[in-house]
Write a protein that binds this ligand. Structure first.
Ligand code: UDP
Ligand code: MG
Length: 337
């Protein structure tokens, strides 16, 4: 069983040649983040300016209802390199990330939350890992004590079951905060599915990866958008996008139950033949009835999950819709550190 300390190795790292002064894209999904964006831009710019590479921001305004878009547009007008992709409504973080990746032009892309919970101070280390030949450098939360016990244990359970069932190694406690190489970005953009469970997709594509442990601070300002109901549904999305085992379970359950039922029927027939008709049996009848209707409802629900997934995939709707794109200045080289 892998834990936080042992990074997931999909394959060994290669001796990659990285450009001398690469372009780094910073992909930032933002949904109602006006309160924190100024801090975010100040903090990240300080770090990026010291890197000695070109950089650009790719903000995705995921249908914000506050001043998020105006604020970013203001910064872009004042000379911030990069662009703002305005989505036509709130499509959710997973879709926003896909939009960001599609509009990033960098040799490497850093995915980072706007609320400063992903410390920008880690970006130089990520870049180092990338220069050393890793195509993915992902942040791993070492200390989840800021989360409630409930959130921690449910998250832990999710990773355990997921990795067991889905046959891909999704590193526990790794979020979307990571640096990925252009080859990985292109691989992700090739994946056609509408239901984008990014953590799973990141793991699915593989590539030489490196874990970077960090402590996740509290959100600097504004409010989180997750609750348990959303997380539960997110987990179902994850499972049904990556494993069909829940469907297969019913094949086995069904076979066992059918075999038992057959044996019992045989026993009843023999008993009737030997001892004549027998009236009592209401209890066992009811138990059987209730139990099997429960099992049937559950399995129909499970199949329904997959059918709905098929439904949304066959509609071929785009993952997100872009309303407008605001271009800032072109990425400019910064002085060597
Ligand atoms: N986010 C988004 N669309 C959404 C929800 C969130 O783009 O529908 C962005 C949000 O602006 C933030 C990041 O995703 O930059 C993480 O969101 P949040 O802080 O609510 O999640 P948590 O830190 O609890 O995982
Ligand atoms: Mg957050």
């Amino acid at each position: 069983m892998q834990n936080d300390k042992t990074p997931v190795i999909y394959r060994t790292r290669r001796a990659a040649s990285r450009p001398e002064t690469p372009l780094i894209s910073i992909v930032v999904p933002a949904y109602n983040e006006a309160e924190v964006l100024d801090h975010f831009i100040t903090d990240t710019q300080a770090i990026l300016a010291s890197l000695g590479c070109h950089y650009e921001y790719v903000f995705i305004d995921d249908g914000s209802r506050d001043k998020t878009a105006d604020l970013i547009a203001g910064h872009l007008r004042k000379g911030l390199p990069g662009r703002l992709i305005g989505l036509s409504r709130n499509f959710g973080k997973e879709a926003a990330l896909s939009a960001g990746l599609a509009h990033a032009r960098g040799d490497a892309v850093v995915i980072i939350d706007a609320d400063l919970q992903d410390p920008p101070a880690l970006i130089p280390q990520m870049l180092e890992g990338w220069r050393a030949g890793y195509d993915v450098v992902y942040g791993v939360r070492v200390d989840r004590s800021s989360d409630t016990l409930m959130k921690r244990s449910t998250a832990d359970l999710f990773y355990r079951i997921f990795n067991r069932l889905a046959h891909i190694d999704m590193p526990a406690n790794a979020g979307d905060f990571r640096l990925i190489d252009r080859t990985v970005v292109n691989a992700l953009l090739q994946l056609p599915e509408r239901n984008r469970f990014m953590k799973g997709l990141f793991a699915w594509v593989g590539f030489p990866s490196m874990a970077l442990p960090y402590e996740r601070p509290e959100r600097r300002a504004g409010t989180g958008k997750w609750n348990y109901w959303k997380l539960w549904n997110f987990a179902i999305d994850g499972f049904t996008s990556f494993t069909t085992l829940p469907l297969r379970i019913w094949l086995y359950c069904g076979s066992v139950v059918a075999a038992l039922a057959f044996a019992y029927a045989l026993y009843l027939i023999i008993r009737v033949l030997a001892f004549g008709v027998d009236v009592p049996g209401y209890a066992s009848l009811m138990v059987g009835l209730l139990f099997f209707s429960g099992v049937q409802l559950l399995s129909i629900g499970m199949i329904g999950e997959y059918v709905s997934r098929l439904f949304s995939e066959t509609k071929q709707r785009p993952v997100y819709l872009v309303q407008d794109i605001i271009e800032g200045t072109a990425a400019t080289p910064t002085e060597e550190p």
